[in-house]
Unconditional design. Structure first.
Length: 282
């Protein structure tokens, strides 16, 4: 149904488009909670060592099989505002921590479930919010007491952390191998900033190649230029090479005006090529 209001002159004005529904009060609360909980229910079955994979098919028919919460939510087309908030929670978790997206969404879903039960007992939402904030402070306090500091030089502990994260990825027998590579990659780019070591993962590039096993994954300490040689006669390997890194294209810029060059003598052709070379050097 559409919603109308009137101006001072009595002229009707359409506020919401045709087919829009409106809810308020407890009905609106329940609708929002239900929409958010649906996201949690979708991810709940992927959680834990016995979590199941999801098969996702996008609009182009491409199939993705994964149990990674961030990947699943990225492929989902979510419209409801409350459900979108759950997706944003997962994205924030993935951006800040890089793991734990499924746990975050499932935990938020369960908190909403308990909140709904309290709302049914006519407890005001303001009281619920205040209680949840106090619970969050207590949880942080407990976590601070039981947490164990990790030394960046303690490779054994770092490996355990990496293996825990790898448990939610479909990597199979390559789990330990990829965990070792991950630690090597992060420790190589880590920088000391004040009293902390910071690793910007944007400095790690993942290059995927089909046809071989995950166990053949390599860590390249350098730069990968994923390009084919432009001529078969070019060398495949160059030792002690001098390499220039440019942030602009190495080419002659085309002018906006169309032009035609007529060459009537072979020497003119060579002069034209020499001029192109000089322009590139300049």
């Amino acid at each position: 149904m559409a919603y109308l209001t009137t101006t001072g002159s009595g002229q009707p004005v359409l506020i919401l488009k045709e087919g829009t529904s409106r809810s308020r009060g407890k009905e609106a609360q329940r609708n929002n909670i239900m929409a958010a909980r649906v996201i949690g229910e979708v991810l709940k079955t992927t959680l834990g060592p016995r979590g199941m994979d999801k098969m996702l098919i996008d609009g182009l028919g491409d199939i993705t099989i994964t149990n990674d919460g961030a990947a699943i939510l990225e492929e989902m087309d979510v419209e409801h505002p409350a459900a979108k908030m759950m997706v944003e929670i997962a994205k924030t978790q993935d951006d800040m921590v890089g793991d734990g997206t499924t746990t975050t969404v499932v935990l938020a879903s369960e908190l909403l479930k308990k909140a709904e039960e309290l709302l049914d007992q006519n407890i005001h939402p303001t009281i619920l919010v205040s209680g949840y904030r106090k619970a969050a402070q207590k949880a942080i306090e407990i976590i601070s007491k039981v947490s164990v500091p990790v030394n960046v030089n303690d490779r054994k502990t770092l490996l355990k952390v990496a293996l825990t994260s790898m448990g939610s990825k479909a990597v199979g027998a390559a789990r330990e191998h990829l965990a070792e590579i991950s630690i090597d990659a992060v420790t190589q780019i880590a920088e000391q900033r004040g009293d902390r070591k910071i690793a910007d993962i944007d400095n790690i590039q993942l290059v995927k190649k089909t046809g071989k096993s995950l166990l053949e994954t390599q860590l390249i300490s350098g730069i990968i230029i994923d390009k084919e040689v432009v001529h078969s006669g070019m060398p495949k390997k160059k030792e002690n090479a001098k390499i220039a890194l440019l942030d602009s294209a190495l080419e002659i810029e085309k002018t906006e005006m169309s032009a035609e060059i007529r060459i009537r003598d072979p020497t003119q052709m060579q002069a034209f090529l020499d001029q192109e070379t000089n322009m590139m050097k300049a």
